[in-house]
Design a protein around this ligand. Structure first.
Ligand code: TRP
Ligand code: ZN
Length: 876
């Protein structure tokens, strides 16, 4: 077999034939589902009239093929593993086909498969070709009529996109439902679900007064876990009307929860399919973080109805057109619904850890890649999260009003079409009159721009000179980089007044908080009439996805921590201050020198704990040290043990000195109000649990007792899980072992809680974790075929820095074993799981060779194109 070959954006050709209407009939059977298709084709005007008809098709057993009722013979077409080519077809015709597929053995979870006995589909990106022969590309948009035939007993519920238009009984205990979707759509938005499902139903009246029926379909035992998703859905519908003027367009909107799902959820038209982990919540089984995640994902998929479905992507290189925009929309929704500063802090802190790492590694790619082997490998943090940052910059550059007008123009002009990123940006340029040509580099250039900044205050002339120099490091395939257009929101905080000073640039008064535009490699901005020496506050609210270095002293950071008017930068100043202290401690640990705590950090924390007026949710974030993964991102060579030791040292030092303050915070934020996922309660729990974490880092006896108490009070999973985690991650196995056992037995029936039970155990720092992982892989609640289980156990283990990176290489070998097994079962998940090994360049030589050895071992296998592409890049 030859190596898989990439496809190129520059090779894009419009389709020679369009599908006007698609009619499908599914006769469901686990091992032999029959799919009949009747497709109405029309040749495109521009196409050659001798153009053959090329259809995608994979893992299909062809039964029959006819054009306009005349059966085709083998001489009429060419069939291989990837599809079907029919040599000559008329300008307009109907193609009838019948194929056989096997949902029960579909472990890849692409196309039609079975999950916990029910049938469901996942077609994005290229799964529809595993259902029937079809031009499986997003620029082919058709209306669909779908008939689903199933067993009355086993599949009482038969769902597809759009509206049900007919149903009836058939012989042999079978029945059918016929669905019609009047909106032309690409086949990646097709969906079918069949099984023994139960629903909760609600209603939403749209802004034009139409009644929409809302349904959430789940297994019977989960009926009590749908309330939050339903409330989130209604809030999303209202938000999109008020914020973007976008109304829902069908009379029915359905969400289905399935247990086996590769990603979070999928925006199929009128029939969103969700990973059960992304929809089900109950105070006793889901944490606050899950409640918030569910709200965000429900919104995300709903928002796709416009940004993705009504206006879709011309080709998969444009993936960020729908994903970047939709992530930006869901981030704004969550910010409006919860604490806006905390939402931003959490998103950015995740982004700077995980996306920066991706951008600096062997799989780095632009927001719009120009080639790929396997598109499912490109559902990445760069496409989603960096894409959202780019849309956010656009919005800030043109201003909300222009952005909204640009968005209106985009939805009106391109409704029902498959378009490109240029089409979107052009709408924004037209609405605002801005020149966005240099800005387009954000879509084509990979890598994280780094800015070195320095400033000088001139007392004599009352001037502040700020010099910024940008540089984007080389990434695979892009050795040279051009300067980017980088919007930098900033202020100058007066050291005497503690206030933002008015910014005057080239004689123009910009106000106290303004955006400067860095376009050249190096630029100096001279602010005049600066009455007192300032400390600059740069990149406020993370106004661009870049790394910004400024030689702040610790005193200046402590000053910004208390005085910056931008909440995000106050938090960031605290993180930078902690990083400086951590750097010293990492060095001390490596050099075997005694560690000494920086008193400026301790004093900053004391101020936060005692005198703080910031809201509880922000305070909790400010009291949280940078994660080990984030610290690692900042080091030239990652020393996992030194990082762990330094971070633990800071936590313990703070806890020892500020024990009473942490205890006071803990006590002040306990409550026995009934659980509600409100921003107020979430903030309070978060602050309380942060305090408890510090106290447990020194195994304070009272804190240990509080943890035991909190585990036992079955009030909400947030508190229970936090306390259980603290016990399990402490050295008190005498207490944690029985608590873990009791928890595991109590929740054995609930897969989503068992996922948490797995994760808690394999993320602890103690050295027995590898053996635990091996042991838990044999646990009846674990299954390698379920992506949630793989993520909860194996994925979580690979995030356990001290244990995954064991010096004997056994952590790497375990991951490679699982990747090799999953490569056969579920290539999409296997390719994602291998990621930690691809970051080998970041570690010491010894670990580098151990990691590379495992990558080479994987490469010896007969690989799926998914795993091949990742491993190939990692070893290049
Ligand atoms: N479009 C989906 C989303 O962003 C992503 C998705 C769901 C997906 N399932 C998938 C992508 C499977 C690739 C494969 O919400
Ligand atoms: Zn999406």
């Amino acid at each position: 077999m030859s190596d898989p070959q990439p496809v190129y954006l520059s090779d894009y050709q419009p389709p020679a034939y369009r599908v006007i209407h698609t009619e499908l009939t599914f006769d469901l059977d686990p091992a032999a589902t029959h799919v009949k298709a009747r497709l109405l084709f029309e040749r495109n005007d521009q196409a050659d009239d001798k153009a053959p008809l090329v259809l995608d098709g994979e893992q299909l057993t062809l039964i029959s093929l006819a054009i306009d009722g005349t059966a085709l013979t083998e001489a009429d077409y060419q069939l291989d593993d990837h599809g079907l080519k029919i040599h000559t077809v008329p300008a307009s015709f109907s193609l009838e086909s019948e194929v056989k597929i096997a949902p029960s053995t579909n472990t890849a979870l692409e196309g039609l498969y079975q999950s916990s006995g029910m049938y469901c589909t996942q077609c994005e990106a290229e799964g529809f070709r595993r259902i029937t022969f079809y031009p499986d590309r997003p620029d082919v948009m058709a209306t669909f009529t779908v008939t689903v035939i199933g067993d009355v007993q086993k599949e009482p519920i038969l769902l597809a996109n759009g509206n049900p238009v007919a149903r009836g009984e058939m012989e042999g205990g079978r029945h059918f439902v016929k669905w019609e979707d009047p909106f032309p759509k690409p086949c990646y938005l097709f969906a079918l679900v069949a099984g023994n499902l139960h629903k909760v139903e609600d209603h939403f009246t749209t802004m034009s007064g139409r009644d929409v029926t809302l349904q959430i379909w789940v297994e019977e035992e989960n009926l009590d876990k749908t309330e939050h998703a339903m409330a989130s859905l209604k809030r999303s519908m209202e938000w999109d009307e008020q914020t973007y003027g976008r109304e829902y367009d069908l009379d029915l909107f359905m969400i289905v929860a399935v247990n086996d799902f590769n990603m979070g959820a999928m925006e199929n038209k009128g029939l969103n399919i969700f990973n059960s982990a992304a929809v089900l919540t109950h105070p006793q089984t889901a944490t606050d973080a899950t409640f918030q995640n569910v709200e965000g994902i429900v919104a995300h998929e709903y928002f796709h109805n416009w940004s993705g479905n009504r206006v879709t992507c011309r080709d998969w290189f444009q993936l960020s057109l729908k994903e970047g925009f939709t992530v930006f929309r869901d981030q704004c929704f969550s910010a409006d619904t919860n604490s806006a500063p905390v939402k931003r802090i959490q998103d950015v802190s995740f982004f700077r850890t995980a996306q920066f790492a991706e951008d600096a590694g062997p799989t780095a790619h632009p927001v719009r890649p120009d080639h790929f082997i396997e598109i499912t490998n490109f559902y990445t943090l760069t496409i989603y999260e960096k894409g959202a940052e780019v849309v956010r910059m656009l919005c800030n550059l043109v201003g909300w009003e222009n952005f909204r007008r640009g968005s209106d123009a985009y939805f009106e002009r391109f409704d029902g079409q498959a378009v490109t990123i240029e089409d979107f940006v052009e709408c924004m340029a037209q609405a605002s009159g801005e020149d966005l040509s240099q800005f387009m580099r954000w879509y084509s250039q990979a890598g994280t721009p780094e800015i070195d900044a320095y400033g000088e205050y001139d007392y004599v002339h009352s001037e502040y000179r700020l010099t910024l120099r940008q540089r984007t490091p080389a990434t695979p395939g892009q050795p040279e980089k051009l300067p980017m257009h980088i919007p930098i929101r900033m202020g100058l905080v007066g050291t005497k007044s503690g206030q933002d000073l008015t910014l005057t640039l080239a004689g123009e008064k910009l106000g106290k908080d303004a955006v400067i535009h860095l376009r050249d490699e190096e630029q100096t901005f001279v602010f005049t009439d600066v009455a007192e020496a300032p400390v600059p506050s740069l990149l406020r609210d993370f106004s661009a996805p870049v790394k910004l270095n400024f030689p702040y002293s610790r005193e200046e950071l402590a000053f910004l921590l208390t005085h910056d008017s931008d909440g995000f930068n106050r938090w960031d100043a605290g993180q930078r201050l902690a990083m400086l202290a951590l750097d010293d401690l990492i060095a001390a640990h490596r050099n075997g020198v005694e560690k000494v705590m920086d008193s400026r950090v301790t004093e900053a924390f004391r101020t936060l704990l005692t005198g703080s007026t910031v809201d509880k949710a922000v305070l909790s974030e400010m009291l949280t040290l940078p994660s080990e993964a984030y610290i690692a991102e900042q080091q030239p060579i990652v020393d996992v043990d030194a990082i762990h030791a330094a971070r633990e040292f800071v936590r313990q030092s703070l806890a020892l000195v500020l024990r009473d303050e942490f205890m006071a915070i803990f006590e002040a934020n306990r409550t026995d109000e009934p659980y509600a996922p409100t921003p107020e309660q979430i903030a309070q729990r978060s602050l309380k649990n942060t305090a408890l974490s510090y106290l447990m880092s020194i195994e304070d006896e009272k804190a240990v007792a509080l943890c035991e108490e909190q585990v036992a009070v079955d009030h909400n999973m947030t508190d229970v899980r936090h306390a259980l985690t603290l016990l399990v991650h402490s050295d008190r196995d005498d207490l944690s072992a029985p608590a873990l056992k009791a928890f595991g037995e109590k929740w054995a029936h609930d897969p989503l809680v068992m996922d948490q039970w797995f994760t808690i155990q394999v993320t602890r720092p103690q050295p027995d974790v590898l053996e635990r992982v091996q042991f838990l892989m044999q646990h009846p609640a674990f299954s390698i075929k379920n992506p949630n289980k793989v993520r909860a156990l194996i994925g979580a283990f690979a995030q356990n820095r001290v244990n995954f990176h064991r010096l004997d290489g056994k952590g790497y070998a375990l991951l490679a074993d699982v990747v090799i097994e999953l490569n056969r079962l579920n290539p999409e998940i296997a390719a994602r799981l291998v990621t930690p090994l691809t970051r080998w360049q970041r570690f010491d030589e010894n670990r580098q060779s151990l990691m590379r050895a495992q990558l080479k071992r994987i490469k010896e296998e007969p690989l799926s194109s998914n795993v091949y592409e990742v491993v190939e890049k990692a070893l290049a």
